[in-house]
Design a protein around this ligand. Structure first.
Ligand SMILES: O=C(NCc1cccc(CNc2ccc3[nH]ncc3c2)c1)c1cc(-c2ccc(F)cc2)cc(O)c1O
Ligand SMILES: [Mg+2]
Length: 214
């Protein structure tokens, strides 16, 4: 049967990237998406913004919602201090299977815990299952209608502390209007929009960075 787009992306990484070299994996995926097939990775333009926020926060505890093929997982993990790990949640098993291989190809498997399941199911279990009290940095890139319920779940589960940083992809395209309205109007967050473009296109999109004020 015909291969899937994530499988073709993995083949492109294995063909064009250097094992153990995260930057070459990032470049190989961007090349594939610009020249062969569009895919919903955060991409190079928004990825650079992601890099700068991760570098600025220098987090000890990191959560990513929506692994897809592991592109942003690799971007984040390559910047973490030695000994720091990130947890990434992926609901789709086929995506998770490809992501594991791409993360391993980059040599970052020891810095990543990939959990197969949904945010709603897993967020309430994180404290006990992973021994985490609060997250320093959270990257939201899963179903856009889940951003708002999940940020409320983070609050309810006591997973945010004064200064926790949430960075949300696609707040314009496909969009997360209810999430934007919440973080921009809540007195408990300081929010800032980073304008960019939808990955590999000229369409408007951007990232919303929200700092929890406690
Ligand atoms: O929709 C998007 N991504 C999310 C997504 C999408 C599909 C499947 C999953 C399954 N993974 C999943 C689900 C639920 C979950 N709960 N916890 C973890 C978890 C994980 C996740 C998306 C779309 C576009 C886009 C498409 C088309 C277009 F024209 C313009 C733009 C661009 C993006 O950058 C995007 O990020
Ligand atoms: Mg996205």
């Amino acid at each position: 049967t015909r291969s899937t787009r994530p499988q073709r992306m993995l083949k492109a990484v294995q063909k064009n990237a250097t094992k153990g070299n995260p930057q070459s994996v990032i470049s190989a995926i961007d090349y594939f998406c610009k020249n062969s097939e569009w895919a919903m990775n955060v991409g190079d333009e928004k990825g650079s913004i992601l890099d700068s926020v991760v570098t600025e926060v220098n987090p000890s505890t990191v959560l990513e919602l929506g692994t897809y093929c592991g592109y942003s997982t690799v971007r984040i993990a390559r910047l973490l201090s030695p000994g720091t790990k990130l947890i990434t949640l992926e609901f789709n098993p086929a995506y998770a299977a490809v992501a594991r291989q791409i993360i391993a190809y980059a040599g970052l498997q020891d810095k990543v815990t990939l959990v197969e399941g949904s945010s709603g199911e897993w967020i309430p279990q994180i404290k006990e299952r992973f021994g985490i009290t609060t997250f320093d940095f959270i990257f939201l890139d899963h179903w856009k209608d889940q951003y708002l319920p999940d940020i409320k779940l983070f609050e309810e589960c006591g997973l945010l502390r004064k200064g926790s940083v949430l960075l949300a992809d696609n707040v314009i395209c496909p969009g997360a209007p209810d999430y934007l309205e919440y973080v921009r109007n809540s007195p408990r967050y300081e929010s800032r929009y980073y304008p960019a473009h939808l990955e590999y296109t000229k369409l408007e999109d951007g990232l919303e960075k929200s700092v929890f004020l406690g």
